[in-house]
Each structure stands twice: as C-alpha cells, then as structure tokens.
Ligand binder design. Structure first.
Ligand code: NAP
Length: 244
C-alpha cells in the first residue's frame, strides 16, 4: 500500500484525489488549509495548517506518507516551499501539479506586476472602475483607493476582519464563459481588470473578454515556487503515481 498526501485547495487536487483513490494499492489523504467553509465530506480529507515545516514533517512521519503531490494554487507559495523542504528532509518523492501560466497574446493589454501591493499602487494612474478577481484574502490592499469603484468577485464572502474597498461584492463560482464575462465588464462599465496569473481554463474567459473589449488587465505575476518535478494536468500526475 502506498500512502499519498495531496496538498489541495484546487479543482485539480480534488479531481486527482478521486481518481487516485480508485487506483489499486493507493491510500489517499487530501489536505486543505481550511480557508473555505467546504465541509469535510470525505474520509480522505484533513483540514487546517500543519504548524509550519516541523509540523508537516511530523504529519508525514505519523501518517507514513510515501509520496507528496503539491496540487495547491500557484499563489500558495508558502505551503509549496514547506512541502519541498519537508520532502527533501525525509527523502520523499514530491510532484507539483500546477496549471500552466496564461501567456500574453496579441490584443492583450496587460500591465504585469510583481504582487498585489504593486497592483494597488499603480491602479490610480490607470483606472476608475475595476473588476477585482483576486479571491477574498487580499482585498484590503485596495481599500485606500478612494477614487476607484470595485466590482469584486469571489466564491465566498470575505472574513469580517478584511477591510473592503468601495464597490460591489459578487459571490460566484466559475467556470465562466466569454460572453457572460463580456456582458459583466460592459454592464459595470469596467475599464481595468485585476487578476492573478492563475492559469488554467476555468477563469480564463475574463482575460479573453478583456482582450476583445480592449480593456486593460493588471496581471499579478506568480510568486517564486520551489524547484522540482512538475506536471500541468491530472492525468500526468496519475501517471507519476503509477511509476512507484
Ligand atoms: P500559503 O500562503 O501558501 O500557505 C499559508 C499557510 O496555510 C501554510 O503555511 C499552511 O499552514 C497553510 N496551508 C496552505 N495550504 C495548505 C494545505 N493545502 N493544507 C494544509 N495547510 C495549508 O497558502 P494560501 O495562499 O493562503 O492558500 C491557502 C489554500 O487556498 C491553499 O490550499 C491553496 O491551494 C488555496 N488557494 C489559494 C489561492 C491563492 O490565490 N492564494 C487561490 C485558490 C486556492 P502551516 O504552516 O500551519 O502548515
């Protein structure tokens, strides 16, 4: 029996867990940070931080984990670095399952920035009405921008300690399609989109919509992720598991 830990929080992680659990001689554990109210519906699930690198190492040992698949979001860099160090420490094979980045194509009007703070800093020079699609944890960075109105889309309401920028919250879960994204941008007279370069297809429609409407996109670049073997899709991750 091979014990696999999947670090989750993405659709890919959930898909991989379901498929891997059906493989013979595999026991799957999925770990979530616990940021959303998603119920612990599965016996494969564990929820909450490990308590840093030391806590993660302890968990890996206690659960006799043989393989780690880091299927966390591209912007969840801390846990990815922790996983890399812990795996190295225990000499465990580790794979990153990570969506390919979106690439600039002809017609895109991207302004690429290093992080969320830089995005907030340049907005006053560019924008009056912004579609902010960065999730719900980092909205406070935009709360001081008094002359900008924000349409903020996320899956769940932000925590009560998050200071919101002025504007409207839109609680919706993707995938979204190009036509509805175009309508949204037009209906709210958006002049600038702020997005993380999350990659993948589920939320790419807003980028196409902005391109077709000639709307600027402030694109937050990915943080530095650890070195190591990586794949871009669930099937390749399953193949990797089957090598052991
Ligand atoms: P992060 O900054 O990399 O991690 C912060 C801390 O949260 C980690 O040190 C760890 O706590 C805990 N943690 C993160 N992912 C975990 C996991 N899968 N299982 C157990 N503990 C985890 O992560 P984040 O950006 O806050 O993201 C949290 C979760 O949301 C991730 O699972 C990620 O896949 C998902 N997510 C993030 C984004 C985003 O834009 N950041 C978008 C979509 C989904 P300890 O040090 O105590 O172990």
């Amino acid at each position: 029996m091979l014990n696999i830990l999947i670090l989750g929080g993405t659709q890919e992680a959930a898909k991989l867990a379901t498929k891997a659990a059906n493989l013979p001689h595999i026991k799957v554990k999925v770990s979530l940070a616990g940021r959303t109210s998603q119920a612990a519906t599965s016996k494969y699930l564990r929820i909450g931080g490990f308590g840093g690198i030391a806590g993660l190492i302890e968990y890996l040992q206690a659960e006799r984990i043989d393989l780690i698949i880091d299927a966390t979001h591209a912007f969840a860099a801390t846990i990815s670095h922790h996983a890399a160090i812990a795996a190295e420490n225990l000499q465990l094979p580790r794979l990153m399952l990570i969506r390919s980045e979106w690439e600039l194509v002809e017609g895109d009007k991207w302004i690429e920035v290093e992080n969320i703070e830089s995005a907030a800093k340049i907005l006053p020079d560019l924008a009056k009405r912004v579609f902010l699609t960065i999730g719900r944890q980092e909205l406070t960075a935009f709360s001081q921008l008094e002359n900008i109105w924000f349409l903020m889309r996320m899956i769940e309401k932000p925590a009560s300690d998050i200071v919101l920028p002025q504007g409207l919250l839109l609680l919706k879960k993707g995938p979204f399609n190009k036509d509805s994204e175009k309508r949204l941008l037009e209906d709210y007279e958006i002049d600038t989109v702020v997005s993380k370069n999350s990659g993948g297809s589920a939320t790419y429609a807003k980028i196409i919509a902005a391109r077709e409407l000639g709307i600027k996109v402030v694109m937050v670049k990915r943080p530095m992720l650890p070195q190591g073997e990586s794949v871009e899709d669930v099937e390749s991750a399953l193949e990797w598991i089957q090598e052991f």
